[in-house]
Design a protein. Structure first.
Length: 360
């Protein structure tokens, strides 16, 4: 047997699979009906134990083509039922084999409905996956005093710059925990990309002579990204900027707004978002535990372009003076839906218009 112990003293019993190790992390849940591999390999889940609300996962196995990162930093997986006989023509290995290879423990057989209801009611909780429930009370007490999200972006960001060649626009991608699907969208538009670490300065970026800068997704508290906040406040004066997820929050902070930790966050592939100017509603892929405080936004600098239908959180911003915008959701939409993928085209148009105006 394997156990999940939460900081409130709750103990959940199930059957273990994946790596046979103990692990501690923040426990969060995703409402996605598919895309378990993309979620597990998304670096925005670094230092978190992920609960799947879909009752069955693992049914189509794992394939290299669907990796969002090659060295995922997720700490654990919890589901109600693991598929006994996965089958798909693209499958290269089973989910248990994959989790064992990347050294991530998992549990099946837990009542995930009850667990998710608790997380929704009381908010995100710290937890431990372990092979013994002895000293559960002591473990719960210790978990209450731990912060698993501190300085996490430094763990997942690239340590040195590297190129992804293309022949058209030159784009610097700041890696806060970059998803491969973002690079795929840029590559489909034949961008010549240079991926740089999270703490790269504005002058170092300008020295690369890019046509635009993309701020990627990533885990943790955006307020810890002081170097990146300073960089964005300067770089937006010189180049088009597009922020995604963590990049959206850093963009907001760079322009004087504030962020806050959400009760249980937005994680899944079914979040409805309204574009305020048109009233158009798109379903989006999301993975974040922090949000931008709408009341803190300086209306002289930024305008809100998108909002979440269910809780009215800020989902998009645009600068009123500079060619810069951001969205909280993932327009790369892996594994879907693809309602907002055109935002990458909008970024390309912004770059072209900026270059044209500068060269006129």
């Amino acid at each position: 047997m394997r156990y999940l112990i939460l900081e409130d003293g709750s103990v959940y019993e199930g059957e273990g699979f994946g790596a046979n190790i103990d692990t501690e992390a923040e426990v969060v849940f995703t409402t996605g009906m598919t895309g378990y591999q993309e979620a597990i390999t998304d670096q925005s889940y670094a230092n978190q134990i992920l609960v799947f609300t879909n009752p069955l996962i693992g049914n189509y196995g794992v394939t290299l083509a669907d990796y969002e990162s090659l060295k995922p930093q997720i700490k654990g997986v919890i589901c109600h039922q693991l598929a006994r006989r996965p089958d798909n023509w693209r499958m290269q290995e089973s989910l248990p084999e994959f989790l064992q290879k990347i050294n991530v423990p998992a549990i099946q057989g837990i009542d995930t409905r009850e667990l998710v209801k608790k997380l929704r009611e009381y908010g995100t909780l710290n937890g431990k996956i372990t092979n013994s429930k002895q000293e559960a009370t002591k473990i719960a007490q210790e978990l209450r005093n731990k912060n698993f999200t501190h300085n996490v972006i430094s763990q997942v960001s690239t340590k040195s710059s590297y190129p992804v060649p293309g022949s058209k626009r030159n784009v610097v991608v700041v890696d806060f925990g970059l998803k491969n699907s973002i690079l795929r969208e840029l590559s489909e538009r034949d961008c010549n990309c240079i991926i740089v670490p999270f703490n790269t300065s504005s002058q170092e970026i300008l020295n690369l002579h890019p046509d635009g800068v993309l701020l990627s997704n990533g885990p943790g508290d955006p307020k810890e990204m002081q170097e990146a906040i300073k960089m964005v406040s300067e770089i937006e004066k010189h180049l088009p900027v597009f922020g995604i997820c963590m990049g959206h929050q850093v963009f907001a902070l760079a322009n004087g707004a504030k962020t806050y930790k959400m009760k249980f966050g937005h994680r899944g592939f079914n979040h409805p978002v309204k574009e305020i100017a048109t009233g158009k509603i798109g379903f989006t892929s999301q993975n974040h535990g922090y949000a931008v405080d709408a009341s803190s936004i300086d209306s002289k600098k930024l305008m809100i372009t998108h909002e979440e239908i269910n809780d009215k959180t800020v989902e998009g911003l645009r600068h009123k003076k500079y060619p810069a915008f951001s969205v909280q959701f993932h327009p790369d939409a892996t594994p879907g839906p693809h309602d907002e993928v055109s935002l990458f085209d909008e970024f390309m148009t912004m770059i072209d218009n900026f270059k044209g105006a500068k060269n006129a």
